[in-house]
Every structure is written in C-alpha cells, then in structure tokens.
Ligand binder design. Structure first.
Ligand code: ARG
Length: 302
C-alpha cells in the first residue's frame, strides 16, 4: 500500500477521550463473570496503572479529558459505558447516555449527564431508571459508516432503534451470546478502515458470520485470547494500538500492517471485567465522516 492510502485508511476518530480517574474503584458487586467481591483490586496500583495509560495515550497524541469518580459508583472508571458521543455536521456535540442494565451502575449516568452538559454537550436518553430499553455504550462502535452495536447481555435490541433514530444513523446489530464477552468491546476493535480485531465466539452463529463479512481484513481472536488477555479491549490512536496485552501472533500481524503496539498493564481493572477500551470513551466520532447520515435512522440485524 502507498503511504497516502495507509494514511487515508487510518481511523480518524480515537484522538479524544473521556476517562474517569479511579479514586473509588473496587469490586462491590458481581455483574459479570470476572467480578468477585473476594478479589479486590489494589487501589494504589490501579491508580498508577490508570495514570500510565493516560500518559501513554497523551504521548500518542490523544487528548484525554478527566471526569471525577463518584464515591458511590465503583464501576464508573469504565468510562466507555457512560454514553455515546458524536459531533454532528455543525460540529455540535450530542451524547446519547447509557441506560445501564444493572441498577448498581445507573447513578453513573447522572453524573456523566451533568458533566457533559457543563461541557457543551446536548444529551438524550433511550431509557432511564429501569424504564425503557437498556443501552451500554461499550457495545457501540463507528465502523465503515455504520454504528455496529452488540446486543443481548447488556444493550437490548429495542435500544438499537432508538439510537438509530436519535442520531440518524445506520445501526448494524450483532447478537452477543457469550456471558464473558458481555460488551462488544471485549470482542471487537476497529483498527483502521479495513481491519479489526474480532472474536466471533462472542456472537451467535449468524452474527459471527455477519461480523466477519463486515471486516475485510480481520485478525480473528480465539475465545481464550479474548477472555484471558482482554486484547480486543484496546484503543487505536492513528497507527498505534494501545493494548493491555498482545499475543505474539497478533503483534506480528499488526506490525506487518504498519501498526505500533504499546502494551500498558491495567491488570487491576480486569478484576472488574474491563480493560483499556472500557476505561476510555472516544468523543470525536463525527456524523457524516465516521457515520453515514441516514435521516430517521435504520437498523439492520444480522
Ligand atoms: N464492571 C463493569 C460492568 O460489568 C465492567 C465494564 C466493562 N466495560 C466495557 N466497556 N466492556 O459493567
């Protein structure tokens, strides 16, 4: 590939994130198979790991804005799930807030809403306080013009319609059928315009086939790789992939494609069931650039 083509295929979004500084991170309840209240994170180590992650992201050229953590919201550190932000054609900021599946996390959205409004975002919801469909933003990715959304364990199918209509985009729904990969971001990571890390084992057979159809050049991860290393839960800043771990085979392919791999240990956060992607929420996805504008919205299910 020519340099120009490589540049053109880079993800444009992923250079501006929201993150929540872990001042009250712990495992207080178990809402996913990784969480065990008997296995607590080391708070000081988690704090250092998080700061190192932010430092590396900034070194890669990304901007990271930091929200304070609520004392009563131990999972708020997984900022990816606070909501789905997009810039519309006028550059205005719009966020669809998450409506968490588990009541334990619902107060996080209230704080995010306040913070976003104070920082110039218009916010909307598809449901709140247990009324209306659940939506968790860790299930949603802009990819090749569509919003690819996993549904099942957390996000409900009905939420796809609401998001599509609210943002005026095409939503491609994929059904998650794995209890350990309860958010799409544990099984899917767009790398550039053609490539992505994918773990088809997270999805039912039809959706797995649909995801592989969607990605011209996938790196297919085994269930074991995805679950034990969290390597799909990575973020991409231009040609740099910031990963919690990287199996050798995956690293070879990434480097062959011209990516630089930066491994940052965020192991303490794996005790809550999330890694690098979960800790960061990209807020520079643009309608009309990263997502096709589809007035009224459209949902396509696998
Ligand atoms: N303990 C959190 C939960 O179960 C982990 C969230 C992980 N975040 C993510 N984007 N996958 O909700």
């Amino acid at each position: 590939m020519e340099v120009a083509e490589v540049m053109e295929s880079e993800l444009v979004w992923g250079r501006h994130y929201l993150a929540v500084e872990p001042t009250a991170f712990r495992v207080e309840y178990a809402i996913n198979p990784f969480m065990d209240v008997e296995v607590q994170p080391d708070a000081a180590l988690a704090f250092r790991q998080w700061h190192e992650l932010v430092r590396v992201l900034r070194e890669c050229g990304a901007r990271v804005d930091v929200l304070p953590q609520r004392r009563d919201a131990p999972d708020m550190v997984y900022a990816m799930n606070l909501g789905l932000g997009v810039l519309d054609a006028d550059g205005d900021r719009r966020a669809v807030l998450s409506h968490m599946r588990y009541a334990e996390r619902r107060m996080e959205t209230r704080s995010a809403e306040r913070w976003l409004r104070e920082h110039g975002w218009a916010t909307s919801v598809v449901g709140r306080d247990g009324v209306g469909p659940h939506l968790e933003a860790g299930d949603a990715f802009a990819w090749r013009g569509s919003l690819v959304v996993g549904y099942g364990p957390r996000t409900e199918e009905l939420a796809l319609k609401h998001v599509a209509a609210e943002l005026g985009v095409r939503v491609q729904g994929l059904k998650i059928a794995h209890p350990g990969m309860y958010h799409l971001d544990l099984a899917f990571c767009p790398l550039d315009a053609r490539r992505a890390l994918v773990c088809p084992d997270a999805l039912d057979a039809t959706s797995a086939a649909a995801l592989l159809d969607l990605v011209p050049e996938p790196i297919v991860l085994t269930e074991e790789e995805a679950l034990t290393t969290f390597c799909a839960n990575s973020v991409v800043v231009g040609r740099t992939v910031v990963m919690p771990a990287c199996p050798e085979r995956v690293r070879r392919q990434l480097e062959e494609w011209g990516f630089t791999v930066r491994v940052v240990d965020v192991g303490e956060f794996h005790k809550g069931g999330g890694s690098i992607r979960c800790l960061t929420n990209p807020v520079d996805v643009a309608l009309g650039r990263d997502l096709d504008v589809v007035p009224g919205g459209l949902v396509e299910l696998a």
